[in-house]
Write a protein that binds this ligand. Structure first.
Ligand code: PMP
Length: 335
């Protein structure tokens, strides 16, 4: 396959990701389930879009000037996206993260030229929490801005202006439902708003992991979490600024085991190596497809690459320690 040459490396490669028909999930749902390949972004996750929009917004507001610094509290995909975009635009990146995060993540961020500040893990109410520490560091650093992905709505704007528009075009305006899980909520809120602006009849569903409070909030107005999940990047306990006004019509709760079934099947049967939030999203999309019935066309997000989880999701000892099923081929069996 050939395409137009790209001028600005990371920047111009963000977005315009492929949309694929997922065969096993479509068969399970009895309708079409489509997956937006966000692992195809340069930083291998959906968060590259938020990183680019947050940085461009800070530039437009005049807060970020040449040679400036972007500070964020995150251990994961957002930090990776920010570091890549910052390198492409000539900014420094400072990432504050709890010191109990995986070695892989620290190594990745350092490899991408981010400066890491490690803090002890603590409750959100504690001023030493990594989010508060990142805000303070940004305030104290000359020429720095705080990305603030949870409450900076440039995050969801990325999905209103890019992800939703791409989905609408790729599905040729024939889309009945959209669902995904929420971390900051930028994706579900932004894609939901963007799609509803085209057609308000599109059903927008939240797919919540266990251990998050949003399922109950949208079902009965109560922010209450039950259970737990090992999925990274999703599971929210409050209504962030990005989630305010999100047009959620219905909601599903999906377990790690259900999500892992689809991580395993999409890898073994369709050649897609994904993280657990993608598997949970696909399980949610199947629920939505069953609800909307045969003939419906559903889209969801394949959030990030499984290569980021080789020491966890794809590691038999790790899975066993968490009480989760091990993929058969990791134990030398046919899968
Ligand atoms: N999946 C993964 C792997 C993520 O890192 C994130 C980002 N936190 C999400 C899903 C959820 O995206 P959002 O922050 O837009 O809700």
């Amino acid at each position: 396959m050939t395409g137009a040459p790209v001028r600005n490396a990371s920047l111009d490669l963000i977005g315009n990701t492929p949309l694929v028909l997922l065969e096993g999930p479509s068969e399970a749902a009895g309708c079409e389930i489509w997956g937006k390949c966000e692992f195809a972004n340069p930083g291998a996750s959906v968060k590259d879009r938020a990183a680019l929009w947050i940085i461009r917004d800070a530039e437009e507001r005049g807060e970020l000037r040449p040679g400036g610094t972007i500070v964020e509290g995150t251990a994961g995909n957002t930090g990776i996206g920010i570091a890549l975009v910052a390198n492409a635009l000539g900014y420094r990146t400072v990432i504050v993260m709890p010191d109990n995060q995986s070695r892989e993540k620290m190594d990745t961020l350092r490899a991408l030229r981010a400066e890491l500040v490690l803090v002890p893990p603590t409750k959100f109410a504690n001023p030493g929490h990594f989010v508060h520490t990142s805000r303070r560091l940004a305030e104290e650093t000359e020429g720095a801005v705080w990305a603030n992905q949870f409450d900076n709505t440039a995050n969801r704007k990325a999905h209103i202006e890019s992800t939703a528009e791409e989905l609408w075009a790729q599905m040729e305006g024939r889309i009945d439902g959209f669902t995904c899980a929420a971390g900051t909520g930028g994706t579900i809120a932004g894609v939901g708003m963007g799609l509803k602006a085209h057609d308000e009849k599109i059903t927008v569903a939240l797919t919540d992991p266990h251990g998050a409070a949003l399922y109950n909030y949208y079902a009965n107005g109560e922010l209450r979490a039950e259970g737990s999940s090992v999925a990274e990047g999703i599971g929210q306990g409050r209504i962030t600024a990005n989630l305010e006004g999100a047009p959620i019509d219905t909601q599903f709760r999906i377990s790690d085991e259900e999500g892992l079934v689809w991580v395993r099947r999409l890898l073994a049967e369709e050649g897609l190596c994904l993280g657990l939030s993608s598997g949970i999203n696909v399980a949610g999309a199947i629920e939505l497809g069953r609800k909307l019935g045969p003939g419906s066309r559903i889209a969801t997000i394949l959030c990030d690459t499984g290569f980021r989880y080789l020491s966890s999701l794809y590691n038999p000892q790790w899975l066993e320690a968490k009480g989760l099923p091990v993929f058969p081929w990791l134990e030398g069996k046919d899968g």
